[in-house]
Design a protein around this ligand. Structure first.
Ligand SMILES: Cc1cc2nc3c(=O)[nH]c(=O)nc-3n(C[C@H](O)[C@H](O)[C@H](O)COP(=O)(O)O)c2cc1C
Length: 225
Protein backbone atom coordinates (compact mmCIF):
# COMPACT_ATOMS: atom_id res chain seq x y z
CA UNK A 1 0.00 0.00 0.00
CA UNK A 2 1.54 3.36 -0.95
CA UNK A 3 1.16 6.50 1.20
CA UNK A 4 -1.80 7.83 -0.82
CA UNK A 5 -3.67 4.51 -0.53
CA UNK A 6 -2.81 4.32 3.16
CA UNK A 7 -4.27 7.76 3.79
CA UNK A 8 -7.35 6.86 1.72
CA UNK A 9 -7.95 3.71 3.78
CA UNK A 10 -7.35 5.64 7.00
CA UNK A 11 -9.87 8.31 6.01
CA UNK A 12 -12.53 5.79 5.03
CA UNK A 13 -11.82 4.01 8.33
CA UNK A 14 -12.42 7.34 10.04
CA UNK A 15 -15.77 7.74 8.30
CA UNK A 16 -16.83 4.21 9.31
CA UNK A 17 -15.67 4.88 12.84
CA UNK A 18 -17.54 8.17 12.92
CA UNK A 19 -20.76 6.61 11.68
CA UNK A 20 -20.53 3.61 13.97
CA UNK A 21 -19.54 5.90 16.84
CA UNK A 22 -22.69 7.97 16.27
CA UNK A 23 -24.79 4.83 16.42
CA UNK A 24 -23.09 3.54 19.51
CA UNK A 25 -23.31 6.88 21.24
CA UNK A 26 -27.01 7.11 20.47
CA UNK A 27 -27.43 3.72 22.08
CA UNK A 28 -25.28 4.86 24.98
CA UNK A 29 -23.20 1.70 24.60
CA UNK A 30 -19.74 2.93 23.58
CA UNK A 31 -17.37 2.30 26.46
CA UNK A 32 -14.10 1.83 24.64
CA UNK A 33 -13.95 4.24 21.73
CA UNK A 34 -14.53 7.81 20.74
CA UNK A 35 -17.44 8.35 23.10
CA UNK A 36 -15.27 7.19 25.96
CA UNK A 37 -12.44 9.44 24.78
CA UNK A 38 -14.79 12.43 24.69
CA UNK A 39 -15.99 11.62 28.20
CA UNK A 40 -12.35 11.39 29.26
CA UNK A 41 -11.56 14.76 27.72
CA UNK A 42 -14.46 16.33 29.57
CA UNK A 43 -13.34 14.73 32.85
CA UNK A 44 -9.78 15.89 32.22
CA UNK A 45 -10.92 19.47 31.58
CA UNK A 46 -12.97 19.52 34.73
CA UNK A 47 -10.42 18.03 37.12
CA UNK A 48 -7.16 19.01 35.41
CA UNK A 49 -6.03 15.41 36.04
CA UNK A 50 -4.94 13.26 33.17
CA UNK A 51 -4.66 9.58 32.45
CA UNK A 52 -1.13 9.04 31.16
CA UNK A 53 0.25 5.99 29.36
CA UNK A 54 4.07 5.83 29.45
CA UNK A 55 5.59 3.34 26.99
CA UNK A 56 9.28 2.57 27.39
CA UNK A 57 11.36 0.84 24.73
CA UNK A 58 14.67 -0.07 26.36
CA UNK A 59 15.79 -3.56 27.35
CA UNK A 60 17.81 -1.96 30.20
CA UNK A 61 15.65 -1.96 33.31
CA UNK A 62 17.79 0.59 35.10
CA UNK A 63 19.09 2.29 31.97
CA UNK A 64 19.21 5.89 30.85
CA UNK A 65 15.81 6.18 29.19
CA UNK A 66 14.23 4.31 32.13
CA UNK A 67 15.57 7.10 34.35
CA UNK A 68 13.80 9.71 32.20
CA UNK A 69 10.59 7.70 32.51
CA UNK A 70 11.03 7.41 36.32
CA UNK A 71 11.55 11.14 36.69
CA UNK A 72 8.68 12.11 34.40
CA UNK A 73 6.33 9.81 36.32
CA UNK A 74 7.56 11.24 39.64
CA UNK A 75 6.66 14.73 38.43
CA UNK A 76 3.32 13.74 36.90
CA UNK A 77 2.19 11.75 39.96
CA UNK A 78 3.18 14.61 42.24
CA UNK A 79 0.64 16.67 40.29
CA UNK A 80 -2.06 14.03 40.81
CA UNK A 81 -2.10 12.54 37.31
CA UNK A 82 -2.78 8.82 36.93
CA UNK A 83 0.08 6.98 35.23
CA UNK A 84 0.16 3.56 33.58
CA UNK A 85 3.63 2.33 32.56
CA UNK A 86 4.27 -0.32 29.92
CA UNK A 87 7.87 -1.53 29.60
CA UNK A 88 7.63 -3.01 26.12
CA UNK A 89 10.98 -4.82 26.28
CA UNK A 90 9.78 -6.96 29.19
CA UNK A 91 6.39 -7.85 27.77
CA UNK A 92 5.02 -10.51 25.50
CA UNK A 93 4.50 -8.48 22.31
CA UNK A 94 4.12 -9.27 18.63
CA UNK A 95 4.86 -7.11 15.61
CA UNK A 96 1.94 -6.16 13.36
CA UNK A 97 1.80 -8.57 10.43
CA UNK A 98 -0.44 -6.31 8.34
CA UNK A 99 -3.14 -8.99 8.10
CA UNK A 100 -5.78 -6.25 8.50
CA UNK A 101 -8.14 -8.55 10.42
CA UNK A 102 -8.62 -5.54 12.72
CA UNK A 103 -9.77 -3.39 9.79
CA UNK A 104 -8.04 -0.58 11.69
CA UNK A 105 -10.81 -0.52 14.26
CA UNK A 106 -11.02 -3.80 16.05
CA UNK A 107 -9.29 -6.48 18.05
CA UNK A 108 -5.90 -7.78 17.01
CA UNK A 109 -5.33 -11.43 16.17
CA UNK A 110 -2.53 -11.42 18.77
CA UNK A 111 -3.93 -11.72 22.27
CA UNK A 112 -0.67 -10.55 23.78
CA UNK A 113 0.26 -7.93 26.39
CA UNK A 114 -0.33 -5.09 23.92
CA UNK A 115 -3.88 -6.21 23.19
CA UNK A 116 -4.87 -7.28 26.70
CA UNK A 117 -2.89 -4.98 28.97
CA UNK A 118 -1.82 -1.89 27.07
CA UNK A 119 -4.60 -1.25 24.55
CA UNK A 120 -7.37 -0.47 27.08
CA UNK A 121 -5.01 1.93 28.87
CA UNK A 122 -3.93 3.54 25.61
CA UNK A 123 -7.51 4.05 24.48
CA UNK A 124 -8.39 5.66 27.80
CA UNK A 125 -5.24 7.81 28.00
CA UNK A 126 -5.27 11.57 27.55
CA UNK A 127 -1.50 11.63 27.09
CA UNK A 128 0.84 9.07 25.53
CA UNK A 129 4.53 9.30 26.48
CA UNK A 130 7.03 7.57 24.19
CA UNK A 131 10.37 6.77 25.84
CA UNK A 132 13.26 5.22 23.93
CA UNK A 133 17.00 4.82 23.66
CA UNK A 134 18.27 5.99 20.28
CA UNK A 135 18.93 2.91 18.15
CA UNK A 136 20.53 3.66 14.80
CA UNK A 137 19.08 7.14 14.91
CA UNK A 138 15.50 6.11 15.50
CA UNK A 139 13.37 4.59 18.26
CA UNK A 140 14.05 1.05 19.48
CA UNK A 141 12.27 -1.87 17.81
CA UNK A 142 10.38 -2.58 21.04
CA UNK A 143 8.74 0.84 21.04
CA UNK A 144 8.16 0.76 17.27
CA UNK A 145 6.38 -2.59 17.68
CA UNK A 146 3.88 -0.95 20.02
CA UNK A 147 3.35 2.00 17.70
CA UNK A 148 2.74 -0.24 14.69
CA UNK A 149 0.07 -2.06 16.67
CA UNK A 150 -1.86 1.22 17.09
CA UNK A 151 -2.83 0.49 13.48
CA UNK A 152 -5.51 -1.77 14.96
CA UNK A 153 -7.44 1.18 16.43
CA UNK A 154 -5.92 3.86 14.27
CA UNK A 155 -8.36 6.75 14.48
CA UNK A 156 -9.28 6.12 18.11
CA UNK A 157 -6.03 7.83 19.13
CA UNK A 158 -7.06 11.09 17.48
CA UNK A 159 -6.84 14.14 19.71
CA UNK A 160 -4.53 12.65 22.32
CA UNK A 161 -1.57 14.54 23.71
CA UNK A 162 1.94 13.13 23.30
CA UNK A 163 5.49 13.48 24.58
CA UNK A 164 8.81 12.06 23.35
CA UNK A 165 11.75 11.31 25.63
CA UNK A 166 14.96 9.72 24.35
CA UNK A 167 18.61 9.14 25.24
CA UNK A 168 21.68 8.68 23.03
CA UNK A 169 25.41 8.21 23.30
CA UNK A 170 26.16 10.80 20.66
CA UNK A 171 26.11 14.46 21.60
CA UNK A 172 26.38 16.06 18.14
CA UNK A 173 23.69 18.59 17.31
CA UNK A 174 22.14 16.33 14.66
CA UNK A 175 21.88 13.26 16.92
CA UNK A 176 18.09 13.31 17.26
CA UNK A 177 17.18 14.82 13.88
CA UNK A 178 15.80 11.60 12.35
CA UNK A 179 13.96 10.58 15.53
CA UNK A 180 12.38 14.01 15.94
CA UNK A 181 11.33 14.02 12.27
CA UNK A 182 9.75 10.62 12.77
CA UNK A 183 7.98 11.73 15.95
CA UNK A 184 6.67 14.92 14.32
CA UNK A 185 5.31 12.91 11.39
CA UNK A 186 3.57 10.62 13.87
CA UNK A 187 2.06 13.58 15.72
CA UNK A 188 0.68 14.94 12.46
CA UNK A 189 -0.61 11.64 11.11
CA UNK A 190 -2.09 10.50 14.44
CA UNK A 191 -3.70 13.91 15.06
CA UNK A 192 -1.85 14.25 18.34
CA UNK A 193 -0.89 17.36 20.21
CA UNK A 194 2.81 17.48 21.10
CA UNK A 195 3.37 18.48 24.73
CA UNK A 196 7.17 18.48 24.63
CA UNK A 197 10.36 16.47 24.27
CA UNK A 198 13.32 15.58 26.43
CA UNK A 199 16.32 14.66 24.26
CA UNK A 200 19.23 13.31 26.26
CA UNK A 201 22.36 14.08 24.23
CA UNK A 202 25.56 12.41 25.48
CA UNK A 203 23.65 10.04 27.77
CA UNK A 204 25.25 6.72 26.84
CA UNK A 205 25.31 5.25 30.35
CA UNK A 206 23.60 5.74 33.65
CA UNK A 207 26.65 7.55 35.01
CA UNK A 208 26.68 9.88 31.98
CA UNK A 209 23.00 10.81 32.26
CA UNK A 210 23.17 11.30 36.01
CA UNK A 211 25.73 14.04 35.39
CA UNK A 212 23.29 15.95 33.17
CA UNK A 213 20.15 17.99 33.72
CA UNK A 214 17.99 15.72 31.53
CA UNK A 215 16.44 13.70 34.40
CA UNK A 216 15.43 16.98 36.05
CA UNK A 217 14.03 18.20 32.72
CA UNK A 218 11.89 15.05 32.56
CA UNK A 219 10.60 15.63 36.09
CA UNK A 220 9.78 19.26 35.34
CA UNK A 221 7.92 18.21 32.18
CA UNK A 222 5.91 15.73 34.25
CA UNK A 223 5.04 18.48 36.72
CA UNK A 224 4.17 20.99 34.01
CA UNK A 225 1.45 19.08 32.17
C1 LIG B 1 21.56 -1.39 19.11
C2 LIG B 1 22.03 -0.06 19.60
C3 LIG B 1 21.99 1.02 18.72
C4 LIG B 1 22.40 2.28 19.14
N1 LIG B 1 22.37 3.32 18.26
C5 LIG B 1 22.78 4.55 18.66
C6 LIG B 1 22.76 5.62 17.77
O1 LIG B 1 22.36 5.51 16.60
N2 LIG B 1 23.22 6.84 18.19
C7 LIG B 1 23.66 7.03 19.48
O2 LIG B 1 24.04 8.14 19.82
N3 LIG B 1 23.66 6.01 20.36
C8 LIG B 1 23.24 4.77 19.99
N4 LIG B 1 23.23 3.72 20.89
C9 LIG B 1 23.55 4.01 22.30
C10 LIG B 1 22.28 4.15 23.15
O3 LIG B 1 21.34 5.00 22.56
C11 LIG B 1 22.64 4.75 24.51
O4 LIG B 1 23.62 3.97 25.14
C12 LIG B 1 21.43 4.88 25.42
O5 LIG B 1 21.81 5.56 26.59
C13 LIG B 1 20.86 3.52 25.85
O6 LIG B 1 19.68 3.75 26.58
P1 LIG B 1 19.09 2.73 27.66
O7 LIG B 1 20.08 2.66 28.80
O8 LIG B 1 17.80 3.33 28.07
O9 LIG B 1 18.94 1.41 26.98
C14 LIG B 1 22.87 2.47 20.49
C15 LIG B 1 22.88 1.35 21.36
C16 LIG B 1 22.49 0.12 20.92
C17 LIG B 1 22.51 -1.04 21.88
Amino acid sequence: MNRREFLKVSCSGLMTLFLSGCGLNMLGGDTSGTGFAAANNAAEKESGKMKIAVITGSPHKAGTSALLADKFIEGAEAKGHEVFRFNAAFKNIHACTGCNACEMDGPCIFKDDIERELMPQLLAADLIVLVTPLYYYDMSAQLKTVIDRMHGRLRRFDGKKSILMATAWNSSGWTFDALVDHYQSLVEFMHWQDMGMVLGYGCGTRRMIEATEFPEQAKRLGMSI
